[in-house]
Design a protein around this ligand. Structure first.
Ligand code: UD1
Length: 345
């Protein structure tokens, strides 16, 4: 059977690079476009080591329509996984236009190019941020979304609306919870530029001595230990979810979602990509210490603006319909995150 080609936008980034490995292992041929805005070219060499050949790579921007049209002409991908987007909540508040341009205009531009090329199949990176502060946890795919707390969140909501409104495309919309960890080889992982905002890179940099201590943002929330609760998911589990989503697109099963009674529109399916378990910040610190034997210097500081108190995923739909389930636990996430930090520092 002919090998299916998957265009991976943002394929040198954190989630993109891990997904390239899983696509290769599942028998697909990844083609990468990345503008290196928040990623490094060295990742391509690491991918070569992991998959045994250098994947097709184009340095460029998804907003560049002429380039994108050329890529579709030359490579003729059978489907697209669209990771290329900005993702820092705080930065999106400071530079909203940059976020709307890249995440929303970039998506529309990609869809136009795909439509011209006759390519219908797309996996879209959404986020649990679309649920805002939920009234009930765990959140289901049918839980109503809430007004976005940041331009970043708004771009993910808009992306979902744009895709729902265009039923010519066949879309798997994956709402990621909190991706952490790294490939177990420590050849690829998360490469935050500057001071990290997210918990795990800040934590591992602290233990590596790059930061003096970790500040836990708020210890007085209405949770069992007073700290916020999230659904942390190993990036390799997340990458495997993309392969499952691509498989579902090629199996042409997507239209059945309507019969399954979920709120998805025709040709647009939403899945929560989490483990289904919520852990507090203090539980994460404890898991890191037990997985690695390292102490995490930390203090409890004030709350961070815009933080949701508690959110984790209801995973019944993704388990049953997509046939995917996370298999790596919190300790594995912490071990792999720490091994990766040691490899880069
Ligand atoms: C946020 C976004 C999410 C986005 C993700 C990636 C929201 C609600 N969530 O996730 O959509 O995909 O960023 O950029 O907008 N924490 C500390 N100390 C730190 C850093 C974090 O205590 O130094 C705590 C936070 O308060 C939070 C938890 O750790 O409770 C996780 O924070 P973080 O890793 O930044 O992710 P989210 O804010 O959950």
């Amino acid at each position: 059977m002919e090998q299916k080609k998957i265009l991976v936008t943002g394929g040198l980034g954190f989630i993109g690079s891990h997904t390239v490995v899983c696509l290769h292992e599942a028998g697909y041929k990844p083609v990468i476009i990345d503008n290196l805005h928040n990623s490094r070219i060295e990742v391509l060499l690491a991918l070569e080591k992991l998959i045994g050949y250098s994947p097709d790579f184009i340095q460029g921007d998804v907003n560049d329509k002429a380039l994108m049209s050329e890529i579709f002409k030359v490579h003729q991908p059978n489907a697209v996984i669209h990771f290329a987007a900005h993702k820092a909540v705080g930065e999106s508040v400071e530079q909203p236009l940059m976020y709307y341009h890249n995440n929303v205009v970039g998506l529309v531009s990609l869809l136009e190019v795909m439509q011209n090329a006759g390519c219908k199949k797309l996996v879209f990176s959404s986020s649990c941020t679309v649920y805002g502060e939920p009234e009930q946890v765990p959140v289901k795919e049918s839980t109503p979304t809430r007004p976005a707390a940041s331009p970043y969140g708004a771009t993910k909501q808009m992306g979902e609306v744009i895709l729902k409104d265009n039923s010519w495309f066949e879309v798997q919309c994956l709402r990621y919870f909190n991706p952490v960890g790294a490939h177990e080889s420590s050849l690829i992982g998360e490469l935050p530029l500057g001071v990290p905002n997210n918990l795990i890179p800040y934590l591992t940099q602290t233990v590596a001595g790059i930061r003096p201590q970790l500040t836990v943002h708020g210890g007085d929330y209405n949770t069992p230990d007073g700290t916020c609760i999230r659904d942390y998911i190993h990036v390799m589990d997340l990458a495997e979810a993309h392969v499952a989503a691509i498989g579902r697109l090629f199996a042409d099963k997507i239209a059945h979602s309507v019969e399954l009674g979920d709120p998805s529109c025709n040709n647009f399916e939403v899945f929560n990509i989490g483990t289904g378990d919520g852990y507090s910040v203090l539980e994460v610190i404890a898991a890191f210490e037990s997985a690695t034997g390292e102490k995490v210097p930390h203090i409890i500081g004030p709350r961070r603006n815009g933080d949701v108190v508690a959110v984790w995923a209801e995973t019944t739909k993704v388990n049953d319909v997509l046939g995917w389930k996370a298999s790596r636990n919190l300790e594995t996430m912490m071990r792999d995150a720490w091994n990766w930090q040691r490899a880069v520092s």
